[in-house]
Write a protein that binds this ligand. Structure first.
Ligand code: GLA
Length: 373
């Protein structure tokens, strides 16, 4: 009799938890679906930061729990002249993240691009010395990182220092300072905010030679005692590659160094590669409609292929959720993506999860399904 009632008791518990499980609605937002696995970020622009774009703002706060600044923290915007910093937009960006309790990313402190020429030259236009450039780098990092100390959770300290063959890019940072500019930049950032997470960020890390270069660089930083916490694998990908298996191997290899891996700038280009179809990227789109095949909407077959591609990638990120700390999309909707204007101006691009009207695409549902808690 006693046995009978305890069996009854246990089975009623099982039954009720089954009912609860069956009733628990599947998450309908990206941030909820991946809660506990990794944060889901998005790069935002001025219109979204200032609330001018209310539709996008609603999507950002509903779907994402991390933000990256698409442009407002780049050197040319935040420090346009030697004696002038402009924090107008970056202050609003940080306020937006704080108000919405988001994981706030700073992007970036040291890069060869979108950095004004004056940084590397004197008043006469001649290159400055190693010491003078180190001083400028130090002061810039101290000022910018210091201003947001305790507020920015993660900084992209150095962006894109590598060539495709894994050697160091001959940027002006490299030519004037030498290869220790990278170690120095990380040290300056750490001094300015010892608690912010320091990241090295680059693209095409799926390419074995470049990945090898990134791993060597991370090890060099570690050997120098620099607290690098994360490697940012940008993730500007294409419909046909690199494969999910290559992404899998890339994350495994990068994480073997002991740092976390963040996918920092994810988008998937469905348009024909301009580099392959024409040697001249400045060629106007109207003169080559082949480069802009879907001006009036994405055919269903491509829409479904994009959904599958996103699902395959997120299955890999999910598998590696112990080492993947964040997945950030480079833009909110297809309308705002940089890929509408790069590498060819004026194309109609479809790289993200939300369409031009802010509506979720099939890829959105496909991504949600990969979170298998
Ligand atoms: C690189 C940079 C980003 C951005 C993209 C294109 O990946 O890291 O800041 O400029 O290119 O938008």
């Amino acid at each position: 009799m006693r046995l009978h009632s305890s069996i009854l008791f246990v089975s009623s518990i099982c039954l009720s938890s089954l009912v609860t499980m069956a009733q628990a609605p599947a998450p309908t937002t990206l941030k909820d679906a991946f809660q506990g696995a990794f944060v889901i970020g998005v790069a935002i622009n001025t219109g979204q930061i200032t609330g001018r774009d209310a539709r996008d703002e609603a999507l950002i706060t509903q779907q994402f729990n991390s933000i990256s600044p698409e442009n407002v923290m780049k050197w040319e915007v935040i420090h346009p002249r030697p004696d002038a910093y402009d924090f107008t937009q970056s202050d609003k960006y940080v306020e937006f993240g704080l108000k919405n309790h988001m994981f706030i990313v700073g992007h970036n402190l040291c890069w060869h691009s979108q950095t004004p020429a004056w940084v590397f030259t004197d008043e006469k236009g001649n290159p400055i010395t190693r010491d003078a450039l180190l001083q400028r780098l130090h002061d810039h990092i101290q000022t910018v990182v210091g201003r947001y100390k305790g507020k920015i959770n993660s900084w992209d300290v150095v962006n894109e220092a590598l060539n495709e063959d894994g050697t160091l890019r001959q940027s002006r940072w490299m030519k004037i300072i030498g290869e220790d500019y990278i170690v120095k930049a990380f040290q300056f950032a750490h001094e300015a905010d010892p608690n912010t997470q320091l990241t090295y960020n680059d693209y095409n890390l799926e390419t074995p030679a470049k990945r090898k270069g990134a791993i060597a660089l991370i090890k060099k930083l570690q050997a120098a005692g620099v607290p690098i916490a994360v490697v940012g694998d940008q993730g500007h990908l294409h419909l046909d590659g690199p494969s999910a298996a290559e992404e899998d191997a890339t994350i495994t290899d990068l994480a073997a160094t002991g740092v976390k891996v963040a996918i920092t700038e994810l988008d998937i280009d469905v348009l024909p590669s301009a580099w392959e179809k024409t040697a001249d990227v400045s060629m106007s789109v109207s003169s080559n409609a082949k480069l802009n095949p879907y001006p009036n909407g994405l055919p269903n077959s491509i829409q479904q292929a994009l959904a599958k591609r996103y699902a395959d990638l997120f299955a890999v990120y999910w598998k590696h959720r112990d080492v993947v700390s964040r997945v950030t999309f480079w833009g909110v909707t297809d309308r705002g993506s940089w890929l509408n204007n790069w590498p060819v101006r004026g194309r109609t691009s479809y790289p993200l999860l939300f369409d031009r009207d802010g509506k979720p695409k099939p890829a959105f549902e496909a991504v949600l399904k990969t979170a298998k808690h």
